[in-house]
Design a protein around this ligand. Sequence first.
Ligand code: HSE
Length: 315
Amino acid sequence: MPCQELEMRYNRAVVSSPATIANFGPGFDSFGLCLESPVDLISIKSGKPGSVQVKVNAKDSIPSDPDKNTASYSASRMAELCGHPDVGFTMSIRKGMRPGSGIGSSAASSVGGALAMASLLGVRDKVLVLEAAAMGEELISGARHFDNVAAALYGGFTAVADLEKRKIIRVKPPVFDIVVVLPEIEVETRKAREILPRQISLADAVHNLSLASGMMHAMTKRDVPEIASYLDDRISVPYRKSLVPGFDSVRDAAMGAGALGMSLGGSGPAMFAIADGNAAEVRTSMTKALKKAAGIGCSSFVTRPGAGAKLESLS
Ligand code: HSE
């Protein structure tokens, strides 16, 4: 779906692009919740045609090869979709999140890169940005799934309602505290997808379908305890638990400390819980349980649903 050929209309753009929780309980490859923080900051400057340079500022090792970096890769795909295959640019990426931690690091960079390029070109069509960002996601995970990228781009709670028609449902969620725990292990999304069974039982399909319907209803009603009550899953979590030592203990600790619900973030190892005015206690219980049950350290934070990727400046 290429757009009309356009000239670079601006010289420099800066975009912030947030972390997300994909699947959000029962919505495997469909649901996504945008987080207020952390965010990646992507800055792009137009350059000589054909020349692409990438600078990465991150604690972790992230490729600066333009064909391997998801932000620059998505920016180039965005330019192609707009009839600019030879676009040149320099990009600088400040990572706010750790890759492979389960909070949509590659989606944040992909959306940030695609939106930054769209901004330079003066393109406002978010469907094209979504498409280019999903190509960046595919580069990393081996599958063009839209759940993280849709939530990072549009903000709030999103559901991929029809993948072929690129139909994304967007719901403004209520405000609630989300405790996120990131174990100090890496889970590659590609591997976490490979271990999933190719077929699931009818009972499990019905279970997830029922929970997902309930979740969508609870989101539109903006009922936080009800939202949390649907955070269960029989399609991916039972299989992926093996990649996240201590998952059951962390869930028990969260619920024991009064969390309203808990699940795995995306393909893991991130775990998240919805708190009810008790985020500090829930966070402490989860991190202690992870250490005690699995001997694994973690980082953790408390955040809220966020509004999505944002153009910070354009000149
Ligand atoms: N829906 C994807 C998965 C998200 O669970 O594999 C990956 O972050």
